[in-house]
Design a protein around this ligand. Structure first.
Ligand code: UD1
Length: 417
């Protein structure tokens, strides 16, 4: 098992490019199952979660090859419709293959997905939505037996919560259904818009992605296309946290400022100066941050739950009290006990977390148990006295492409052993 050795008291400087968005790449790879021909996906990050989706595609009969950050997915629909448990458990977003399989082969047999342990993460909305399109789905002992004997038919679907994954699953399945599907209370995340753009390039007719109501007019079939994955707004927020916690001045290239609309003001309130020019963002942090006041995680365009952990790390040494309210996942403070080992003063009560900033954190051996929690520990390690050892690097590698190399390019001393 690898671990990261993070030298403390680091100051970052310089410019780095932000990776392509994991959460865009994963559903787009599942949707590629429907697009006959050679799909060329640019700026696809090199991550274990992306590799897991490629393994599913290969298992289903597609050819997948990679050249640096370009992935080529060639297929003519699924040649089989089952996904083994071992592959399903690798990621949470493997569930998005359900909609793609039902649309491309009319059946699917898979088990419940894995992914980071950050809460219950049920898939009831995915199932309800696909049933509304005419899919027959039987759930038995964690196994989903699904078929669409009469094909899928457009329907009006109201989500009880704007679930990202459920919106994606329904959108993919509905793109080749008979008739029109309307998703009400759809998720509005930029990754939904990116998926819709990809599908539309493949010949789908999707309108309203990025808004609360998405209308999908089913088409007969989809063809392959070339598409560039959007920048990863969470990777950007993580690097901003690393700069903020170390009082640094860094520039991020390949950023869409609008996607960070809820994140930028939070850093500004804490005393950071942020300037954006075209696709670049520069953050200049003060020697010591002011506290973050109250951060409430919300569906987009609210503050992203995925950025909570890295910002919480930055709050640990801020001047004053920061309050976090986690509204999306119920078990997303597992990094707190590890940050406390480093000297952070944090209390959690249900969904609320109160961070009393301390002047200094101290290097320690900490264990990551999820992707964003791992990033929080790295950020905290950068500003701590002495060295921090972060175990559980496999979590980090699900979503950050060579974070240690990115930080080293900014002048930090982070080694993977
Ligand atoms: C996606 C992101 C993840 C991010 C999350 C929220 C990917 C691969 N992952 O996850 O990084 O943290 O959005 O922005 O894109 N829920 C149900 N029933 C369902 C589906 C969801 O109750 O059928 C609940 C979940 O338990 C959670 C909330 O809805 O409490 C949000 O989940 P959802 O938006 O679906 O997140 P994911 O798609 O899993």
């Amino acid at each position: 098992m690898s671990k990261l050795i993070v030298a403390g008291r680091q100051k970052l400087s310089g410019a780095v490019e932000v990776q392509g968005a994991k959460n865009s790449a994963l559903p787009i790879l599942a949707a590629a199952l429907l697009a006959k021909g050679e799909n060329v996906l640019y700026h696809c990050p090199v991550l274990s979660d992306v590799e897991a989706s490629c393994r599913v595609l290969r298992y289903l009969g597609c050819k997948v090859s990679r050249s640096s950050h370009t992935l080529i997915v060639s297929g003519s629909g699924a040649q089989r419709s089952d996904i083994p448990d071992e592959l399903m458990r690798k990621t949470r977003s493997s569930i998005v293959f359900l909609g793609a399989l039902l649309a491309s082969s009319g059946s699917a047999r898979l088990t419940l997905p894995g992914g980071c342990e950050i809460g219950r993460r049920p898939v009831d909305m995915h199932i309800k939505g696909l049933r509304a399109l005419g899919a027959l789905i039987r759930e038995k002992h964690g196994c989903l037996e699904c078929s669409a004997p009469y094909g899928l038919t457009g329907s009006k679907i109201t989500l009880s919560f704007p679930s990202v994954g459920a919106t994606e699953n329904i959108m993919i399945a509905a793109s080749t259904a008979n008739g029109t599907t309307t998703i009400i209370n759809a998720a509005r995340e930029p990754e939904i818009t990116d998926l819709a753009e990809y599908l539309n390039r493949c010949g789908a007719k999707i309108d309203g992605a990025g808004e609360g109501v998405i209308v999908i007019e089913g088409v007969r079939s989809l063809h392959a296309c070339s598409h560039t994955i959007i920048p990863d707004r969470i990777a950007a927020a993580t690097l901003m946290s690393c700069a903020a916690v170390t009082g640094s001045d860094i520039t991020l290239k390949n950023v869409i400022q609008a996607h960070l609309g809820a994140v930028i003001p939070v850093f500004e309130e804490a005393g950071c100066r942020i300037s954006c020019h075209e696709c670049e963002l520069r953050i200049i942090a003060p020697r010591r941050l002011k506290s973050f006041k109250t951060i409430r995680t919300m569906p987009y365009p609210g503050f992203p739950t995925d950025a909570q952990a890295p910002l919480l790390a930055a709050a640990c040494t801020a001047d004053g009290t920061s309050v976090f309210v986690e509204n999306i996942f119920e078990n997303r403070y597992r990094h707190v006990s590890e940050l406390a080992r480093m000297g952070a003063n944090i209390k959690t009560e249900g969904r609320v977390c109160v961070v009393e900033g301390v002047p200094t954190l101290y290097g320690a051996r900490v264990d990551a148990t999820d992707l964003r929690g791992a990033a929080a520990m790295v950020a905290a390690g950068l500003c701590a006295e002495s060295v921090t050892t972060v175990r559980g690097v496999q979590y980090l590698e699900r979503g950050y492409e060579n974070l240690e190399q990115t930080l080293c390019a900014l002048g930090a001393d982070v080694r993977k052993i």
